[in-house]
Design a protein around this ligand. Structure first.
Ligand code: GLV
Length: 321
């Protein structure tokens, strides 16, 4: 590449410490670049027009419309729904996302942990302990139960391997057909969604938010599930219609849910999920950000970018991931 002036890279995280951690990892690896860390909207606004590359999480997407030099926008996340929906990415810029394998191990352990929390009824045990009540009860096993994983990208596939190791029967659902190792049967597309969800004791949602997945889990979807199914959502809140989920939980159609993602985050204080005994709420933390972990694939891609080679994990804007 013919670089007259050094490339300017903007690293954005609202958390200043994290922005600085990532900035220093990138700057150390590429001393020839001008790498800046920003955390406030005002600072991003002041620098956006000079940026050749922006990499961040939660970057104010409206500002992208002013990024006239931008050639590459990278998100330190597996999901890029906010950037795609904003439609503000300048046409000359490519969009990349973080390889799901960065979060996959942690997210798969989260899913296994909360499936076990439901099968062992950990919430009930904690309540009993708080009341010093000695009252044995019968728990269930994951072995022999069916888990359906909706979304079989890098993260979903990590979950498959762990669930299969616990002797669960694993089914999968995704947009397009094709076998996945460890999955007994794959279902594809809206037509097969009904059949998929009717067979599961646990449904795990790892789907990206796209036009095709928004509101996918509605009243009809819940009605078609087995009585007593547990739902775990680590994808995006709006893939599930919250009111329909509330109805399914209140009626006992669903036995319980663990939710890491919501329509509105942080989950408002007065939201009913907070006080439902059969719901476990976690604050969008199943795939946490560890600076070294999220920066590694960005650095690998920066090497490609500087060498003029195609970037990995480029987002297809039509498809949305
Ligand atoms: C987090 O939500 C992510 O998309 O990686």
């Amino acid at each position: 590449m013919n670089e007259a002036a050094p490339l300017t890279v903007l690293i954005y995280y609202q958390n200043e410490k994290r922005a600085e951690e990532v900035r220093s990892l990138v700057a150390r690896r590429f001393p020839q670049l001008t790498v800046r860390a920003v955390s406030a909207r005002g600072d991003a606004e002041a620098l956006v027009e000079e940026a050749d590359v922006i990499a961040g999480w939660g970057f104010p997407t409206d500002l992208l419309a002013r990024a006239r030099r931008l050639r590459w926008f990278h998100k330190f996340a597996a999901g890029v729904d906010d950037v795609v929906a904003a439609g503000t990415l300048p046409p000359q810029a490519v969009l990349t996302r973080t390889d799901g394998r960065v979060f996959g191990r942690r997210m798969a352990e989260y899913v296994i942990a909360y499936m076990l929390a439901h099968s062992q009824n950990v919430p009930r045990i904690l309540r009993q302990q708080a009341e010093r009540r000695w009252k044995p009860f019968l728990t269930t096993t994951l072995a022999g139960r069916t888990v359906g994983i909706a979304g079989l990208g890098d993260i979903g596939q990590e979950i498959v391997r762990r669930a299969a190791a616990l002797d669960m029967r694993v089914l999968g659902w995704r947009r397009s057909a094709g076998d996945v190792p460890g999955v007994e049967r794959m279902y594809a597309g809206r037509e097969e969604f009904h059949e998929f969800r009717g067979q599961c004791d646990y449904v795990v949602v790892v789907l990206p938010l796209t036009d095709a997945t928004r509101g996918l889990f509605d009243d009809t979807a819940f009605a078609a599930m087995r009585d007593g199914t547990y739902l775990i959502n680590v994808g995006r809140g709006p893939v599930i219609q919250e009111q329909a989920l509330l109805r399914a939980l209140e009626s006992g159609k669903l036995a319980g849910a663990t939710l890491d993602v919501f329509d509105v985050e942080p989950l408002p204080e007065d939201h009913p999920f907070w006080r439902m005994e059969n719901v476990i709420v976690t604050p969008h933390m199943s795939g946490p950000t560890v600076a070294e972990e999220v920066t590694a694939p960005f650095i690998e891609n920066m090497e490609r970018f500087l060498a003029g080679r195609p970037l990995l994990k480029q987002v297809d804007l039509q498809r949305g991931y």
